[in-house]
Design a protein around this ligand. Structure first.
Ligand code: EPU
Length: 335
């Protein structure tokens, strides 16, 4: 493993922002990570952890040592007739893992097909789509503390998972590198089609097998979400905001067709709907635009990180002015 100086990050982020890392390395095992921690300590460098680059906004220059873990093994650690637990290294491509599990008859990840990024990032923001959050399948997360170089394993219940949230975005933010994730999957095919568009498809075409469900999810995603290889983007740019019941009722009176999803803590609104209703689909702010089909996605046509952030500010300001609701940005700043 080499530590490289002034490394270009353009192809390592799906917003395709031109950026340079002061130092860059690709550790592939725990010992490599520990060597990187020592290098950073000796040179007084902060460490920044990069996964698949699908949820970050890069600044022009990223200071310190950028680490991208590239170990990709997947091994079975426990198996019964009904279930299997696998330990997957953080550098495994997420969608490849979903398809591999299906090919082995290990079920439970199919609703999360076609999400860009690496396995190591999945627990950080508790990726979720089409009625499933990855926290429902994770049994443990392992990694290395970046201050002490000590290895750790946290059981799922210690990870503080919530909607697009985890301990890795809160108390452990910037303090760990995740090396592997353990998933417990079912060997019994049962599908989750509660998400409205999938439910409709199941009514029309019958209950799908897990592989068919993965195909449906891929189709729905392809029909709504831009392919980052063709139109650079970071998926949903904002979280769906959760507001109190009282705020929801006030807004519903003004906007009777506004979607709302009851939660234990209030009502979750659809940020895409709030932005869409302002007429922002397709609206450009310099090189950055709101996607034409899914208003929650910003697409980047050659802009810098600062252009992306400026466009996001315009969108969230307009939402605040119209609805009085604050949008929280989902991609993380990488600077
Ligand atoms: N909507 C609009 N206009 C839009 C987008 C959405 O009116 O431009 C409305 C839809 O009609 C629907 C509601 O908003 O009534 C919700 O839309 P959708 O089902 O498309 O989901 P979302 O809330 O916009 C979330 C995730 C997506 C995930 C989908 C499907 C967040 C921040 N985003 O989007 O995640 O794929 O649900 O489960 O929770 C991602 O993280 O990159 C991502 C794409």
């Amino acid at each position: 493993m080499k530590v490289v100086r002034h490394y270009p990050l353009l192809t390592l982020n799906t917003l395709a922002i031109e950026s340079t890392a002061e130092y860059f390395a690709q550790p592939k095992c725990e010992a490599d990570v520990q060597a990187c921690v020592q290098f950073a300590k000796s040179n007084n460098l902060p460490i920044k952890v990069l996964g698949g680059g699908s949820n970050v906004v890069m600044s022009d220059h990223v200071s310190g040592l950028v680490l991208q873990f590239t170990g990709k093994s997947c091994r079975v650690t426990h198996e019964t007739e009904a279930s299997v637990t696998i330990s997957v290294e953080a550098g495994y491509n997420w969608h490849d893992l979903v398809m591999y599990c299906l090919s082995r008859g290990w079920f439970g990840l199919e609703n999360l097909a076609y999400i860009p990024g690496h396995v190591g990032a999945a627990p950080v923001q508790n990726i979720g789509a089409y009625g499933v959050e990855v926290k429902e399948r994770i049994s443990a997360v392992s990694g290395v503390y970046l201050d002490s170089a000590q290895a750790f394993t946290l059981a799922a219940h210690e990870c503080d998972f919530a909607y697009r949230e985890s301990r890795f975005k809160q108390a452990l933010d910037g303090k760990v590198l995740i090396t592997s994730v353990a998933f417990t999957l079912s060997k019994v095919a049962k599908v989750q089609v509660s998400y409205a568009p999938l439910n409709k498809m199941a009514e029309q075409q019958g209950v799908p097998t897990p592989s068919e469900l993965a195909r449906w999810v891929i189709e729905v995603r392809q029909s709504k979400l831009p392919d980052p290889n063709q139109l650079p983007n970071a998926g949903s740019f904002f979280k769906n905001p959760v507001v109190s019941q009282a705020v929801f009722e006030r807004l519903s009176a003004r906007f009777p067709d506004m979607p709302g999803y009851p939660q234990t803590s209030g009502v979750k609104l659809a940020a895409g709907w709030l932005i869409d209703r302002l007429g922002f689909k397709g609206r450009a702010f310099g090189p950055v635009a709101v996607h034409e089909l899914q208003a929650l996605v910003l697409v980047n046509r050659g802009g810098k990180g600062s252009d992306v952030l400026a466009a996001a500010r315009q969108v969230s300001q307009a939402v605040l002015e119209c609805y009085g609701v604050e949008l929280e940005q989902e991609p993380r700043l990488f600077d």
